[in-house]
Design a binder for this molecule. Structure first.
Ligand code: 2RA
Length: 337
């Protein structure tokens, strides 16, 4: 398949190239794309250099799929132009996620809703993806009433400049360029994305709204506090889930162990639990500290960790492209076009 990676020079773009290579995605032609200031730069794919091209050249090259990770405004402007040219867009930004005409897809949960007409497909927010992957099988079995989540998010979610800020501060560089309004090394910021009028951040409201859309159930109540911490390996989440029905803890562990894309790491006596350090570079979502909330009925606590650049972004997007290919939606669309 001819595939374009839009935003190929960014952190997520680089991870998309790695994931395509690792998963042996059948790439017949790779088209790395970025804004004017990066056109002509080189990126590496499977050990070979590729030259970054402009948006116009990418549309003219007619890839079957373009995976976008270039920010909301670029996506709002350019995704429709790619789509009009018959190219499937899998978009990592928040631009299209809550658009009722667009699907918000986590392949383990709702890829089967996709059709050849879904030319712009939204990839959910990283912290939402890693939460819903393990929660969906539990929702199907016990029906979730309410989720209380607090996140501990990696600086890689902000981008390269934030990783640079963290390491510059760690080296004692007082003039480190600031992406955050405060130091991030040796600190914790209860602030991800912009603050909204309701006192929550946009990241927190993404978790509320996207969870309902992906699960296809508006009755699920979600309340979130999203926090940036000085780590790079992945996002962690403390999640408290109240179910309509009671559960058996051993069955919960079994459901999670059998869930697609989930690995249970839960042996606290031997200090086994998910951590960003061990989730880093992995495609799965890791779950541990699975225990009953003893303060109220039908309620579970657990700890979820995933590499936000992988399952939270690149891997999920590549899995969507794989689904389009395996289910022949790409060819079907080309025939129609
Ligand atoms: C973050 N959720 O971690 C964002 C990235 N999309 O900041």
């Amino acid at each position: 398949m001819k595939i374009a990676v839009v935003g190929a020079t960014g952190l997520v773009g680089g991870e998309i190239l790695k994931v395509l290579a690792e998963r042996n995605f059948p790439v017949s032609e790779l088209i790395p794309v970025a804004s004017e200031r990066s056109v002509g730069k080189q990126v590496e794919f499977k050990g070979k250099p590729y030259t970054v091209v402009s948006f116009e050249d990418a549309i003219a090259a007619k890839p079957a799929v373009a995976i976008f990770s270039a920010g909301g405004s670029t996506s709002l402007e350019l995704a429709p132009r790619f789509a009009e040219a018959g190219i499937f867009v899998v978009d990592n930004s928040s631009a299209w996620r809550m658009d009722p005409t667009k699907k918000l897809v986590v392949p383990e949960i709702n890829a089967d809703t996709l059709t050849a007409d879904d030319k712009i497909i939204a990839n959910p927010n990283c912290s939402t993806i890693q939460m819903v992957v393990p929660l969906k099988p539990l929702h199907d079995r016990y029906k979730i009433k309410r989720i209380v989540v607090s996140t501990y998010q990696s600086v890689t979610g902000t981008g390269k400049a934030a990783v640079d800020q963290l390491f510059a501060e760690r080296k004692g560089d007082q003039d480190a360029k600031k992406v955050y309004p405060h130091p991030i090394d040796l600190n914790v910021l209860p602030h991800i994305d912009v603050f909204l009028d309701n006192g929550y951040t946009k990241e927190e409201m993404k978790m509320v709204n996207e969870t309902k859309k992906i699960m296809g159930d508006d009755s699920i109540q979600v309340t979130a506090t999203t926090v940036r911490i000085p780590t790079i390996g992945g996002h962690s989440e403390s999640v408290n889930i109240e179910f309509e029905n009671d559960f058996d803890l051993a069955e919960v562990v079994e459901l999670l162990s059998n869930a697609d894309g989930v690995i249970v790491q839960d042996d606290p006596k031997n200090y086994v639990y998910p951590m960003p350090l061990t989730a880093h570079g992995r495609d799965e979502v890791f779950v541990g500290r699975i225990r009953r909330d003893e303060t109220q009925p039908n309620t579970l606590n657990m700890w979820i960790v995933a590499d936000n650049l992988r399952k939270g972004a690149a891997t999920n997007a590549v899995q969507i492209a794989e689904y389009l290919m395996k289910n022949k939606l790409v060819e079907a669309a080309e025939v129609v076009a």
